[in-house]
Design a protein around this ligand. Structure first.
Ligand SMILES: [Zn+2]
Length: 114
């Protein structure tokens, strides 16, 4: 497995499927890998589940402190990263918690369709 340092993604081949970076290196167990993006409410649930299962994680706010003060924390969304060694388990927990058919509403920010 390869690792894209730019967007923190595990990729099976180069270039990176998420950002197109072609300078990928071999992934290491301790590399932080992108897990998911959740809003405040779901981020809290996910944090609990990860903690209960002993999975270390990093959650980063997307808006940044300044903006979330201005817009209110309701709009803040969190990007979750977990070490590659725990990624598979974290993904399984994520699917249990948020089944794929229960697609959450994504705040429209970009649409590729005309
Ligand atoms: Zn990438």
């Amino acid at each position: 497995m390869l690792y894209c340092k730019d967007c923190k993604t595990a990729a099976s081949e180069s270039p990176c499927p998420r950002c197109g970076n072609s300078k990928l290196r071999a992934i290491e167990e301790t590399d932080l890998v992108f897990l998911t993006v959740k809003d405040v409410v779901f981020a809290g649930m996910l944090e609990d589940v990860l903690a209960d299962n002993g999975i270390p994680y990093k959650a980063k706010g997307m808006l940044g402190a300044g903006l979330s003060v201005k817009l209110g924390t309701v709009l803040e969304r969190y990007v979750f990263y977990v070490p590659y060694s725990a990624h598979e388990k974290a993904e399984a927990l994520l699917e249990e918690l948020f089944p794929p058919e229960g697609e959450e509403v994504i705040i429209a920010e970009e649409t590729d369709e005309e």
